[in-house]
Structures are given as C-alpha cells and as structure tokens.
Design a protein around this ligand. Structure first.
Ligand SMILES: *Cc1c(COP(=O)(O)O)cnc(C)c1O
Length: 370
C-alpha cells in the first residue's frame, strides 16, 4: 500500500460472490422486480432479523414512508423522532402530512432518551421512531413501555444497525415495524434498497399491497387507494443475497475495526468513541464515531480539513433536524443533540480497511491533537 493512497470514509465490500449472483440475475432475464432473488432476499432477511415478514423496497426512506402510511399516520398527527438522525427520518414523516416532533438523545449512546420521549407525547402523537444511530441500539424496552402505556405505534429506524442486538434479540424485532437501508455505505448494500420488517401479518399484507401501486389481488389494474412503486429489483436483491450470506464476516470485520481504533485512541484525553458492547447491548459498528471535548464546530471542521490533507476522509456528525430551515417549526429543547453534533465526526469504517491503515489514521490523529 502506498503512503499517499487516499483512505475514503466508506466503500462497499464486493466479492466474487456478489459478482456471481448479480451476473446470474442479469443472465436470467429477471432484471425487474419479479424474480427468485427478491423472494430469497426477503426470506433470508426475515430470518436474519428473527421476524415473520420482510418486505423489500427501493430504499430506506421509502421503507420509512411505507411504514408510516401502513400505520395510518397522516395529516394532523405528530411523530416523535430523535433530533440527532439522518434527515430521511424526518422527511418520511413530512411526506405523510404529519408533523415532526424532535426529542433529545443520550450523551453517551447518541440514541433517543426515553425521559425526553415521555415528555413529548401529546394526544396527537401517532408514532415514535427510535433510531439505532451509527449502529447503537436505542433502549427499546423503555421506549416500548412508554409507547404501550399511551397506545402509540413504534417504528424502529434500523437503517444503520443491521445485526445489532439488545438483550440478545436483534434490532427489528422490537417495534411494530422496523426499516433497514441498503444504500452503498450501509452495513449491507444493494446499491440502493430498503426493507420493512414486521411480525404482524396485517402490516405485511398492507405494505406489499401499497408497495405495488395498491393493485387489487384478484382484479388486475384495479386500484382503490393511491399506492406507490416502491419495489426492489431482482438485480439489487441478488447483491443483497450475497451480502447477507457474508453477514457474519462483514459484521465481525467491522467489530475488529472498532477494536483497533479503540486500542489506539480510547486512552487519549478528551476523546470519546462509540460505546463498547455490554452484557445487554451489542452494537454494530456502522461508522466509527470520534468526538473531542475541546471541539467547537470550527475546530472540528479544521480537524477534518487537516485529516483530508493527510489523505484521510471523514464526515461530520448529523446536524440537528430542528436546526434545518424546513423544520424551523419544530421547537425542540435538545441541548445534548446540539452539543454532540458539533463535536463529532466519523472516521473511515469500511469492511476492507486494513489494520495498517487504521494505525496510520490513528498516528495522524495523535499528531494533530498534540
Ligand atoms: C440511510 C438512512 C436512511 C435512509 O435510507 P436510504 O436507503 O438512504 O433512503 C434512513 N434513516 C437513517 C438513520 C439512515 O442512516
């Protein structure tokens, strides 16, 4: 490896297995949204998540939108999300006509704080979307207790957390519905793609119906409600089947990447990385999270520029949703979100990152922090 090679933040892991399956899909002529890989991917993913049903869709954002529509969320409703998340969580709510309500996150885990959630519930609250941010599971038992007390539906946004576990149960089994993304930088990728999972047969049926233009089952080209084309193609699913066969390998490699960063950086004063696993919480390491307690937004950005000059890519933490112009109406009191958002960045985290590259990145970080 040359010293001057640029290390990107993210890169999909594509092997001969992916090539073989995608080629088989192309050769078969089943390149659209019917085909054996679609069914195979759905079955394998349902098994992976220990749920009854998995419904493949064209991306994670559409999976969220579909989940909300299936649960009957619409105009006049409120949906509670964490203020620290990718914008898609909020936008999917907006597509339905419902209003976004943002609550704060926990400073250590960066996921929804149940105490803040409880305070944000109103008679209009129709759904709660906890996000398993950067691969760390949200505290689902506490969130579900609150949701059940108020009879509110829960959608897990597990777009970044395939394979993470809580109390030995994977994310995706906890909510009424959960969604996953298979975008190019996610733990498993199909290029673009998403999945809605559930163990409730009514939700499964409704999601399949709406995914395919709400076409009547026994009268073709008859439609009684406005549906969507949110289908995944057999080509994407072929990639997904291969990635899922490699699930253990992929997640293990990401765990080792975190371990190596942790060994190198966790003793540095002022530095915080992703939380380590505990008895009840087994995160996956979608992206390495790096925070320094001395960082202001400018200092963090200057640090990222310096990394780039050294050939190392990075990206800032998400900005608070409530800070963005289109969510100006969201009057959130979310001090933790605002504080961590400016202090945090993600470091190169992809599966094929070598130990030598991680060590090189850490040497540069130590030099920059001196
Ligand atoms: C990636 C992501 C999504 C959206 O998934 P796409 O497949 O990119 O549409 C939703 N929520 C979170 C938290 C994400 O990281």
């Amino acid at each position: 490896m040359s010293n001057t090679a640029f290390i990107p933040i993210s890169k999909p892991s594509i092997t001969a297995l992916e090539m073989e399956k995608v080629t088989a899909a192309v050769r078969s002529g089943w390149i659209s949204s019917l085909g054996p890989f679609v069914d195979g991917f759905e079955k394998a993913f349902a098994e992976f998540c220990q749920v009854e049903y998995a419904v493949s869709v064209s991306n994670g954002t559409n999976a969220l939108h579909l989940a909300l529509v299936v649960l009957g969320v619409g105009l006049g409703d409120e949906v509670i999300i964490p203020d620290l998340t990718f914008v898609a969580t909020a936008n999917a709510v907006t597509y339905t006509g419902a209003r976004v309500v943002c609550v704060d996150v926990d400073a250590q885990t960066l996921v929804m704080d149940p105490k803040a959630l409880e305070k944000a519930i109103t008679p209009k609250t129709k759904a709660i979307i906890p996000v398993h941010l950067y691969g760390h599971p949200a505290p689902m038992p506490n969130i579900l207790k609150i949701a059940r007390r108020h009879n509110i539906a829960v959608i897990e946004d597990a777009a970044e957390a395939h394979g993470a576990c809580l109390d030995s149960k994977p994310v995706g089994v906890w909510g009424d519905v959960a969604i996953f993304s298979f975008y190019g930088n996610k733990n498993f990728t199909t290029g673009e793609g998403g999945m809605l999972v559930t163990s409730q047969s009514e939700i499964n049926h409704r999601a399949r119906y709406l995914r395919d233009h709400a076409m009547s089952g026994d009268k073709r080209y008859w439609h009684e409600v406005v549906g969507f084309n949110y289908r995944m193609t057999n080509l994407q699913a072929a990639l997904g089947v291969a990635q899922l066969e490699r699930a253990e390998e992929i997640l293990e490699k990401k765990k080792n990447i975190f371990k190596r960063y942790h060994e190198n950086l966790s003793e540095l004063s002022g530095v915080t990385l992703n939380p380590v696993a505990s008895k009840n919480v087994e995160p996956v390491y979608w992206m390495i999270c790096f925070q320094h307690n001395s960082f202001t937004e400018n200092a963090r950005n200057a640090f990222m520029d310096q990394l780039k000059k050294e050939g190392i890519d990075s990206r800032p933490f998400f900005y608070p949703i409530s800070m963005m112009p289109m969510y100006d109406y969201v009057k959130a009191e979310t001090p933790v979100t605002y504080a961590v958002s400016v202090k945090g960045l993600n470091l190169p985290s992809y599966v094929d990152l070598s130990v030598e590259e991680i060590d090189k990145i850490c040497v540069v970080i130590k030099k920059l922090l001196q």
